[in-house]
Design a protein around this ligand. Sequence first.
Ligand code: AMP
Ligand code: ZN
Length: 465
Amino acid sequence: MPFKLYNSLTRTEEAFAPSDGDTVRMYSCGPTVYNYVHIGNLRTFAFQDVLRRHLRHSGWRLRHVMNITDVEDKIIAAAFAAGVPIGEYTAQYVEAFFEDCAQLRLERPEVVPAATDHIPQMIGLVQRIAKAGHAYEVDGSTYFRISGLPSYGKLSRLDSRSVLVGARVDSDEYGKDDARDFVLWKASRKGEPSWPSPFGPGRPGWHLECSAMAMEYLGEAFDIHTGGVDLQFPHHENEIAQSECATGKPFARFWVHAEHLLVDGKKMSKSDGNFYTLRDLLDRGHSPDAIRYLLVATPYRKQLNFTFDGLRAAAASIERLRNFARRLEDGCRLPDGEDASAAAARARVQFQDSLDDDLNTAGALGAVFEYVRAANSAMDSGTFGPGNAAEGLALLGDFDRIFDVMRPLSAVRVARGEVERLVGERAAARRARNFALADRIRDGLAARGVVLRDGPSGTQWHYSE
Ligand code: AMP
Ligand code: ZN
């Protein structure tokens, strides 16, 4: 069965293969590093991890690029409020992001470029867009002109009226010719980070950052572009417009979008304040493997409503699979049975077919649990031998290459900088006589393998083991 992947651009499931028949070239919009990511963001990153793994296990090589957006309005505002240079401000959240990804066993993409390391490429792209006649300047900023581009809107299929209504118009962008136009190069105000350019000192627009970094590492046309559904418009629509206008080639062939993670029926988001970071959940004693399982068990095109009951159920499912694996590893001295063999073969095919069907992770899990039931009853009826156990372990091997939750995940160490920060927060909480918070921080660190010892010269800490 070929791998079928839903393409937002064509609104159909299409058979996927890399255009050169060998290496999949894929770009994912990465985090904007002004804060910790929340588990909604991590759902999208976890979907990308499942996609990565499935592509590799399908026999293709992979060149996956995920950017770090490290210059942007929200970052500038947050760094300014904290009174530190933006590079210093973002570094701590880049580190925290990698740590969160490691906790959830998200494979690191082959290339993880930071926007601020690619300013010359971004300037070059603006020049190509200008040459194509789609750039204009107002008050020192350079904008992309949408008019005269009939294909604009082909991804989100919004008509120009709703585009107008939906557009976010910054107060400093009044001068634009058309409200849909977006900034390519933003003039810097006093005190803001800026780079010299042929169109004046300034900084790149967010959409431009992704197009330039994708082209730098994947070429002008590549296989897959991913992100959360909220990025479809305007971010991805604008990436397409400026890239295709500069190169005259179709940008990405497949656009793949993950649905949102919700809390109480509402999108989890920083601005609404209804979010949990990974750290929040770990501090409450939940395990990273249960969180990973929960994030990937629902197929990526379905919304996922986050609940603590769901998280506990995820932990119980993993426990069931681990117990079953232990039973298989302990060895079975009964005679082999044909029914158990057939059940294993069926489950392995169904597992694979489900993932080939647009990454239907729920179907893949269904195949595994159906097999566990069949195997348990074969054991109870005395028809499950060593050969059957080997087949069962092979199925669990398939499962874990994608889901990766069979080994406990808590072995990942909290970064030193993060421990120091929390130890500092705890000291501040104690000074403010907020002992409940101080204890929570200590217990949270203990759950993550860090032991604190209070002494006359302050708090010492070490990793447990
Ligand atoms: P940001 O750092 O805001 O650019 O977001 C990083 C990624 O997380 C993007 O792909 C977003 O589409 C995605 N994202 C944001 N909120 C959610 C959510 N509640 N559920 C799933 N993905 C999300
Ligand atoms: Zn992007």
